[in-house]
Design a protein around this ligand. Structure first.
Ligand code: HEM
Length: 424
């Protein structure tokens, strides 16, 4: 079954289309619009409205990559997503990695790179693999399940908790606060509940930072509490914000890519067969899943000086948005970009951005998706999406918050897997 119920937008509607409006992404298929912009207006001025300032929209792969590369002329320090940029700034600027630039960004990033290296993540990745297998086997045995709720929801957040050293006893609490604070499920989330949950999370991390300063352990919070930037300790405030940003950056994005992968495999049976029969590698499959799903649709920057791009002048102070969702379908970069092909190579997608702010969690996210694809090809013999699917409500994230599927078990492998020992 085809699950994209969105309607196509006609090009004469372009002038009235507000890309900052979440419903535009939830209700409309913008493929034609992006194709037109890439071809005819690659540096497009999205006019101001009575509610918000105007902003530039860049849609070609080459332009998006070059803006990502240049964090001197295009800074993240006034915000890196439309929502904060249109509000006039991000209160975490200069303290949270993603909205910090210059030498402070480079130093903070250098410290954080260590716990995100493949070697440091070895134990965490093993836990991801066994938890994914266990959850998948449970879902497969049920036959019909909501993959989003039963499998995908449990992996990324638990992994971030492992990284941060959140004690097991507190994890249900973190899960419930995170879904109230950040969920993009609903068109009108209760703003008050969401703010209360955000404050609860920040207070929780403030306590954890104090505890780790007193007794450091082998986790990311302890690492930040015992390191210095610009010759000074990293403040509690900064550590708290960076913990929070890992949940912001790494939970929903990774979930959306896993959910989108299962949906894509159900919709492309020939690709599923290629995966199941081992005709494609996990590595190329993971990259195509990332390109195809593009969980983070855009990033935002502010120009620090006048810059000419494709013969248009972006003025100092202008808001610039770069659209991964369009760059990842750019026919100048990808052969048959609208086809889902697990063996695609090369695959220079921009789902994790590029350059100085390249996603810190890219290796971890790749391992999460890879564990899920390996689990599917081992324990499942067929997948059918039976709906209902539910698109999330956001101008920044793209994907589904629920996905009902029928898994046909691969009985022989399930029995073999169970015999091999407990899957934690
Ligand atoms: C499929 C999953 C993911 C996607 C699509 C994704 C996407 C991105 C993108 C596009 C950026 C660049 C933002 C910008 O330049 O403004 C970014 C940065 C970042 N991501 Fe991810 N991400 C994912 C998973 C993760 C995970 C699992 C973590 C950590 C647990 C993480 C942590 C971060 C951090 C800390 C940054 C900021 C890096 C910096 O500014 O130097 N992400 N991510």
């Amino acid at each position: 079954m085809k699950t994209d119920a969105r309607v196509s937008v006609k090009l004469d509607e372009l002038e009235t289309l507000d890309l900052a409006e979440p419903r535009v992404h939830t209700d409309y298929d913008l493929s034609e619009v992006w194709r037109h912009l890439r071809t005819d207006e690659p540096v497009y001025w999205h006019a101001e409205t009575p509610r918000q300032p105007g902003f530039w929209v860049l849609s070609r792969h080459a332009d998006v990559a070059s803006i990502y590369r240049d964090n001197t002329r295009f800074t993240s320090e006034r915000g890196n997503v439309l929502e904060t940029l249109l509000q006039g700034g991000d209160s975490a600027a200069g303290r949270m990695l993603a909205v910090t630039d210059g030498s402070r960004h480079a130093e903070l990033r250098r410290i954080l790179l260590k716990p995100f290296s493949p070697r440091a993540l070895d134990v965490i990745v093993q836990r991801v693999r066994s938890a994914t297998c266990r959850l998948l086997v449970e879902a497969v045995k049920k036959g019909r399940s909501d993959f989003a709720r039963d499998v995908a929801a449990h992996i990324p957040l638990a992994t971030i908790c492992d990284l941060l050293g959140v004690p097991d006893a507190d994890r249900d609490y973190i899960l419930s606060q995170t879904s109230s604070a950040l969920s993009s499920d609903e068109a009108k989330p209760e703003a008050v509940d969401s703010w209360a949950a955000k404050s609860e999370l920040l207070l929780y991390f403030a306590d954890l930072v104090r505890a780790r300063r007193a007794t450091p352990q082998a986790d990311l919070i302890s690492l930040l509490s015992t390191n210095r930037v610009d010759g000074a300790d990293i403040s509690d405030d900064e550590i708290m914000l960076n913990c929070y940003s890992l949940i912001l950056g790494g939970d929903e994005t990774a979930r959306l890519s896993m959910i989108g992968a299962v949906l894509a495999l159900a919709e492309h049976p020939e690709q599923w067969r290629a995966l199941k029969q081992g005709e494609v590698t996990s590595e190329s499959s993971v990259e195509e899943v990332l390109r195809w799903t593009t969980p983070a649709m855009h990033s935002g920057r502010t120009a620090t000086e006048d810059v000419v791009v494709d013969r248009r002048t972006i003025k100092k102070g202008d808001i610039v948005t770069i659209w991964n969702v369009s760059a990842n379908r750019d026919e100048r970069e990808f052969d048959s970009p609208d086809r889902f092909r697990l063996h695609r190579s090369p695959n220079r997608h921009l789902s994790f951005a590029y350059g100085p702010h390249f996603c810190l969690g890219a290796y971890l996210a790749r391992m999460e998706i890879s564990a899920m694809l390996d689990g599917l090809r081992t324990f499942v013999s067929d997948i059918k999406a039976v709906g209902p699917t539910k698109r999330i409500y956001s101008n920044f994230l793209s994907g589904f918050s629920s996905l009902t599927v029928d898994f046909v078990p691969d009985q022989a492998n399930i029995e073999r897997g169970l015999l091999a020992g407990p899957m934690r």
